[in-house]
Design a protein around this ligand. Structure first.
Ligand code: NDP
Length: 612
């Protein structure tokens, strides 16, 4: 791979012109249209669980200390930390047939996490576990969540294959009443909303999708019965099949090598190329644990975060594309005597050099220059989520793989396949690697059910003008409720979702412990305190829409409409947020111990089931 120093001279005008030309090919009206998977009976099948058989059970009616809605990463970590502070009765509820959330659903071949396993897998010291590879495959991650859930006894009382239909506050009993699609009625003193950020699979709304007579599924619901094989490949049933994959994002980049290896013929329909950096996966060295003392895991996570935040770290323990490229783009160098114009130009130049490295990698790997050109990403590094893979680009040298350049997207699906650029491609199988609704999708939509607080107020209505929280995790009028921190929700943004989930889970558990120790029956956020926090978020909001408008459309710039970002969806500290400052804010709030910003109703509960 060419280094930044070897890349061609940066010519800002030419680069701007090229980037805008590529953007404009993709700024097509309706490009972000989503197929309604709930209202349209033909499409609900795309959400069904192919992994765990549905088992009938009787409806449950009972009361718990804490109900956790969502058994993905955030729900499992929250449950584990609540157990650690002594909460006994916990019910986790999830539509999936088991724990893991995104790692439950995303079992496509080659699924792995491109964030280093030693910081991505949570609770490694509690679990006394060291991941087997530098970047873990999906099954190892899922098994890790299962192990945490088993260790902290979250499985026996969990309600799987269960969708929550409403969560409603009952003032008299000071309980949340949760109804489910299995007829359950669960009463809970506290609710933790852990619904996830990539939980809504996205099918594009392409005309004719319902006509296709072959097999089709979303990458987040892989049909191994049809393809054969497993997460590690060998999709033997595809040996006589012509397969088309729509999408070349992070999921597609991981699954395309396996499809290419097993399919008779593979068509890759690419709307926008990804920037695919070096992966360098390898087994964990035997001496990995030699120098690790207590607290190593958190230190490593913080080291990663500090690198991303542009802070000086003694050793870059992660040392990969995230800390080499993302950190550089997130923190352009500002010299003391630089004007703002010079600073902006320098930032662009560094970005260009990084993108040139990616483009050069394609030239070095893909033998046909015309195909290499189609694969090149012409936009700034952070216009799209970066990817990292070493087997993806070589796929395009295979004789059975054809890359189809369709910047305006798929025109139509037919009985036999797809139409793109006016040409029909006949296919046996279509894989929609078309992603998920954006992380910043408002929480009430991600929750997928009515959340009704004090006075019958719906969360969706309360948040209609924008997010309103204290610390991104509590909201006034919805007492005894915690919401796991998420992007666009007044907390902070990080490339390592595990860290923010861990911080959120620890905060929730510690707060529950404090509330219980004080004998609090009800806590609610003081509306003035909430307004102050919202004002703080809005006050430091950094409007990056002019930069993002020059980007190729993606979910990071609201599909080409960056002005659509509501400043109330900003982060603590502005921009992507001040991570360490946010952690300090929470810690100091807890240490103060007097629940600043909350209104409390104290009444020692008589129940023996209170948190010990
Ligand atoms: P993405 O949203 O990143 O990609 C969807 C792909 O589908 C894009 O290439 C998109 O094109 C294409 N697409 C969508 N609609 C159409 C259409 N109508 N016609 C043609 N093409 C279309 O989804 P992914 O599932 O790949 O990734 C989602 C997120 O999941 C990632 O951003 C990441 O956060 C997470 N992830 C993380 C991984 C990890 O290793 N940590 C691995 C995989 C996923 P276009 O680019 O033009 O919009």
């Amino acid at each position: 791979m060419k280094t930044a120093e070897e890349s061609p001279r940066f010519d800002p005008e030419a680069v701007h012109a090229k980037y805008l030309e590529e953007r404009d090919k993709r700024l097509i009206e309706g490009r972000a249209a989503i197929r309604d998977l709930t209202g349209d009976s033909l499409f609900t099948k795309y959400r069904e669980d192919p992994f765990t058989p549905f088992e009938h059970r009787d409806a449950i009616s009972d009361e718990v200390e804490v109900a956790i809605i969502g058994a993905g990463m955030s729900g499992v970590i929250a449950g584990a930390h609540l157990r650690k502070v002594g909460v006994e009765r916990i019910r986790v509820i999830d539509q999936a047939g088991g724990v893991g959330g995104t790692w439950y659903w995303n079992r496509y071949p080659g699924a792995m996490c491109d964030v280093q396993s030693y910081v991505y897998l949570p609770m490694l010291e509690d679990m006394e576990y060291i991941p087997t590879r530098r970047y873990a495959f999906g099954d190892e991650i899922r098994h890790h969540f299962e192990a945490i859930a088993r260790k902290y006894d979250l499985i026996d009382d969990a309600l799987f294959h269960t969708g929550v239909t409403s969560t409603e506050w009952d003032e008299d009993s000071a309980r949340w009443i949760i109804h489910t699609d299995r007829g359950d009625v669960i009463r809970a003193h506290y609710v933790v909303m852990a619904v996830g950020i990539l939980n809504l699979i996205k099918l594009p709304d392409i005309p004719g999708m319902e006509l296709f007579k072959g097999k089709s599924f979303h990458s987040g619901r892989w049909d191994y019965e049809y393809t054969g094989g497993d997460m590690h490949g060998n999709l033997s049933n595809l040996a006589d099949k012509v397969v088309g994959v729509i999408g070349t994002g992070a999921s597609a980049v991981q699954l395309i090598p396996a499809l290419a290896e097993s399919s008779k013929r593979l068509f890759v329909f690419q709307r926008t190329p990804s920037a695919v950096g070096v992966r360098g996966n390898r087994p964990t060295p035997e001496d990995f644990t030699d120098d690790l003392g207590p607290g190593w895991h958190r230190e490593r996570m913080v080291n990663f975060q500090a690198s991303l935040d542009g802070l000086v770290v003694e050793t870059d323990l992660i040392d990969d594309g995230w800390t080499h490229h993302l950190a550089k783009v997130w923190n352009p160098r500002m010299e003391p005597d630089m004007s703002m114009e010079e600073f902006i130009l320098r930032a662009e130049e560094e970005d260009f050099a990084i993108m040139e490295e990616h483009r050069a990698r394609i030239d070095e790997t893909v033998s046909d220059p015309a195909i290499a050109e189609i694969l090149k990403p012409y936009y700034r590094y952070l216009c799209k989520r970066p990817c990292f893979h070493d087997e993806y680009l070589p796929v395009f040298n295979r004789p059975n793989v054809t890359l189809i350049d369709c910047p305006a997207g798929i025109e139509r699906v037919t009985e036999n396949g797809l139409i793109c650029n006016g040409q029909e491609f006949e296919l046996d199988c279509i894989v929609y690697a078309t992603g998920f609704e954006a992380e910043v999708t408002p929480f009430p939509r991600r929750a997928g059910h009515d959340i009704i607080g004090r006075g019958g107020v719906r969360m969706a209505d309360k948040w209609e003008p924008g997010v309103a929280t204290l610390h991104g995790m509590m909201t006034s009028g919805f007492p005894n409720m915690f919401i796991m921190p998420a992007p666009g929700q007044q907390a902070v943004i990080t490339a390592n979702i595990t860290l923010i989930n861990t911080v959120g889970a620890e905060h929730i558990a510690a707060t529950v412990k404090l509330l219980e120790d004080r004998g609090v029956r009800i806590f609610d956020v003081n509306p003035d305190a909430e307004a102050d926090y919202v004002e703080q978020i809005v006050g430091c909001y950094v409007d990056a829409s002019s930069v993002m408008a020059a980007c190729t459309p993606s979910r990071l710039n609201f599909e080409g409409d960056p002005g659509a970002m509501n400043p109330r969806s900003g982060a603590y500290g502005g921009g992507r947020g001040d991570f360490l400052g946010f952690c300090k804010l929470l810690a100091e709030w807890r240490d103060q111990g007097d629940f600043v910003g909350l209104e409390l109703e104290i009444q020692q509960r008589e129940s023996e089931d209170a948190v010990k």
